[in-house]
Design a binder for this molecule. Structure first.
Ligand code: BGP
Length: 493
């Protein structure tokens, strides 16, 4: 348990809250004029918790099956937790906890049923306008992600995902519509969720199914798609600054934090190399150009990325106002992992750290690693930071009396609050806010389970679609309420 070294203190106006994503909460996959996304086509499969990367295998055959699947088939994102119909109740619960900020994402396919449509889907616009009105009614600031792993299916079937350059203009049209229609209610925006992720799971972040690129170097396809996403991000940032001058727009990265498994120099070097892999694209969004180490990497891999005249200038002009990130756990890295115990993490596998506890999904909890990460990221980027995902996925039990006792979640939250406080008060980190991931139970991204529960609010739904969707307050609901009410100072349990 991390113990704070300086007295607990958070800045006035610190944005305490919670985070969700459209594809993991909304459901109503074919309602309200929404077009299909790739997420609606991802079936439930019992996960291999010893190797996360298996969860991301997906082929055109899987897609063909999804397109003819009937209502009895198990596609968890199609129902999620039905937030599309429960959002008023859910936002009222978040307000009861005292949220200052709620991170959600907008589903592109609700705004444009087909990304090529000349006009937006007014039902989708009306839905999000009402979501934002509900938030503001309670004094909750929306923090909105434009793209959170749910590219429109048309990008996959009628284009080549983000590999197609035309997608940049389609995304710019979508972003412009969001800024024009929601800009009066939204002050905080993010472009792409975990912008580094396409290199780990190309289907959900890039709309890229490998077997649709026969005879091509798929790694080169991903780097090209990433370039298009960088140009799109820069265009969105410029648009936001033009249309919503009082707003802030940031990038969002996966903070994967690796420790050298031993003090062997080769383990230290291997760890540094692994960490640079996470910074590749955030560096572009913050500094406005390709870092030399990424150019060297592409050269070494023989990867050629085509760039149009004007792209470099766009990247320079479209740098972000703040850096947000997800943080859950840490792993270890060794130059040679032969014979070492491995541990799964957030879309990665690492060497198991013998000094850290593991969740039931094998993720290794490390609040000290959050402070370490805050210092590293602030020193690197010198921009305000925002923790937009942090949380513990666990198996919770709904007791016969409707209570859920989750002291493990309170303990996780407590020590991460202590770590944040020290990063601010000892290390001088400029931290804007903290939105707990999965403030309400939702469908896991990597395993598509409901049983991996993150929420302060329990949702009666299982991995197979059985349940009432009824909401219940867990014990941690009152705890987080106390943390927020005291601005992070009354947190002893
Ligand atoms: C991050 C995603 C979130 C969320 C989180 C938890 O990578 O941005 O969408 O899914 O991981 O991971 P999981 O849902 O796999 O437990």
């Amino acid at each position: 348990m991390y113990q704070n070294q300086a007295p607990l203190a958070f800045p006035d106006g610190f944005l305490w809250g919670g985070a969700t994503a459209a594809n993991q909460v909304e459901g109503a996959w074919n309602e309200g004029g929404k077009g299909m996304t790739i997420q609606d086509c991802l079936p439930f499969r019992e996960p291999d918790l010893n190797d996360y990367t298996k969860s991301f295998a997906y082929t055109s055959k899987d897609l063909e099956e999804a397109l003819v699947a009937g209502p009895e088939a198990n596609y968890p994102k199609r129902r999620a937790i039905d937030a599309y119909h429960h959002y008023k109740e859910d936002i009222a619960l978040f307000a009861e906890m005292g949220f200052k900020c709620l991170r959600i994402s907008i589903c592109w396919s609700r705004i444009y049923t087909d990304p090529r449509d000349p006009e937006p889907n007014e039902e989708g616009i009306a839905f999000y306008e009402d979501v934002f009105r509900e938030c503001r009614k309670y004094g909750i600031e929306p923090l909105v992600t434009l793209s959170h792993y749910d590219p429109p299916l048309a990008l996959v079937t009628d284009f080549q995902g983000w590999y197609s350059r035309e997608v940049i203009d389609l995304f710019e049209k979508y972003a412009r519509t969001c800024f024009e229609r929601f800009g009066s209610m939204v002050k905080y925006w993010l472009t792409f969720n975990e912008v580094d992720a396409m290199l780990r799971h190309a289907v959900t972040s890039g709309g890229l199914i490998e077997d649709r690129f026969p005879g091509m170097n798929f790694e080169e396809v991903v780097y090209q798609a990433m370039h298009h996403q960088m140009v799109a991000s820069a265009k969105a940032v410029k648009l936001c600054h033009e249309l919503c001058p009082d707003a802030m727009i940031g990038c969002m990265m996966t903070r994967l934090c690796f420790y050298p498994y031993t003090c062997k120099p080769e383990d230290n070097l291997a760890t540094q190399q692994r960490m640079r892999g996470i910074y590749r694209y955030v560096d572009i969004q913050v500094f406005g150009e390709y870092p030399r180490y990424l150019l060297k990497e592409m050269e070494r891999k023989g990867v050629h990325v085509h760039m149009e005249p004007g792209d470099a200038e766009l990247l320079r002009e479209g740098t972000v106002d703040f850096v947000s990130f997800s943080y859950y756990m840490t792993s270890c890295m060794a130059a040679d992992t032969t014979g070492l115990d491995m541990a799964p993490g957030n879309t990665v596998n690492g060497v198991k750290n013998p000094y850290l506890p593991s969740s039931e999904w094998g993720w290794q909890t490390d609040a000290s690693g959050l402070r370490f990460s805050l210092v590293e990221l602030y020193d690197r980027f010198r921009k305000p930071l925002f923790i937009v995902e942090n949380g513990l996925g666990a198996r919770d039990t709904l007791e016969p009396d409707g209570t859920i006792h989750d002291p493990y979640r309170e303990a996780y939250l407590e020590e991460h609050v202590r770590a944040m406080s020290d990063a601010i008060n000892i290390d001088g980190v400029d931290l804007m806010g903290y939105t707990w991931w999965g403030c309400i139970d939702l469908v896991s991204e990597s395993t598509r389970q409901m049983s991996k529960r993150y929420g302060f609010v329990y949702v009666d739904m299982d991995d197979y679609g059985n349940g009432t969707q009824k909401r219940y307050k867990k014990d941690s609901f009152a705890y987080y309420q106390r943390v927020i009410a005291s601005n992070g100072t009354d947190i002893d349990r």
